[in-house]
Design a protein around this ligand. Sequence first.
Ligand code: PLP
Length: 372
Amino acid sequence: MTEQPVPLFNLQTQHDSLKQEINDAALKALNSMKWLLGPETEAFEKEFAQMTGTKYAVSCSSGASAIQIALAAAGIGNGDEVITTPFTFVATTTSVTLAGANFVFADIDPRTYNIDPKDVKRKITKKTKAILPVHLYGYPADMTQIMKIAKDAGLKVIEDCAQSHLALCNGVMTGGIGDAGAFSFYPSKNLGACGDAGAITTNDGNVAELCRSIRHSGRAKDKAYEYDHEGSTLRMDEVQAAILRVKMRHLKQWTENRNRAAALYAEHLKGIPVTPPPQTPHNWSQSFYVYTIRAEKRDALMEHLKKNNIGCAVYYPVPLYKQPVYKGLGFKAEDFPHAERAAEEVLSIPMFPELTECQVQRVCKVIRSFYE
Ligand SMILES: Cc1ncc(COP(=O)(O)O)c(C=O)c1O
């Protein structure tokens, strides 16, 4: 008997379980004739702020635009330097460039894969204006150290929360620790729209107002054709807001389910020579966007998993300093030994809220058989 495939993630089951509600909400928004910045968007922003424990949420067109808007609202622009990680999705750095600033890489902590505060400190120059940590795989970056460094050096902090919905650092949810948080609702994210969408969270009313203006062509508040900033067309639409409101009601449960699946992995991977994700300290919690192990002979293991119909992927196989688009910038791989090694060794295995213990056992059995 052939065993059932285990996909890397599974959007179908979740969508099927909410299909009627999603269809009703989307249709209602569609027929309201208020397609942008209407009641669904307003309600979504209130609910998302509440969910993330922040005072304000400003919806926008994607996670990438959320970073770009948040940087611009923090006053980061031409010639400013923003310190970030090279071990992330490319939108982290393209958003810095689109905001008019220059990104500078600090290496990662090999245990958590997140930006290493010690290296951030070394990379500060007179031009540095902000730190842009990414809470990779849903594991919070070391915000205690990062906020201290930022405070001492007078820097802004924009959190890239694309992968960390509801993750906690020192009891505070990511997105509410720095000056602003940037969230993605790309369909496969922990909270995913049926298309592209994003949001900025902040506890600063002025930052929120600026974000609202920048996403809406730089419009002055309540003025139809008066502009007090340079912005762009970066709004989220009502249909996505309506869909996200339906899905958001399940986010807490989905996050708990992901974390339960992660605990099962930790149990079933015991005795297998791979490194599981790090444990979070007291008062922290990871919101497992993906479940990432570090594995010897990673590429061969990946082949073995695929042959056995187990979904897996590498996030990210090519660190950003090696990307063709950044070739001319003079980065040297030897300056980022931990990112280099991580790119060669990490492997993400199936993770989604509906993952069953049987499926976790099967994945672990296949991994075990590779090393035996
Ligand atoms: C770490 C990180 N930053 C930014 C983004 C950009 O989000 P979006 O795809 O919604 O623009 C993503 C999403 O893929 C991401 O994983």
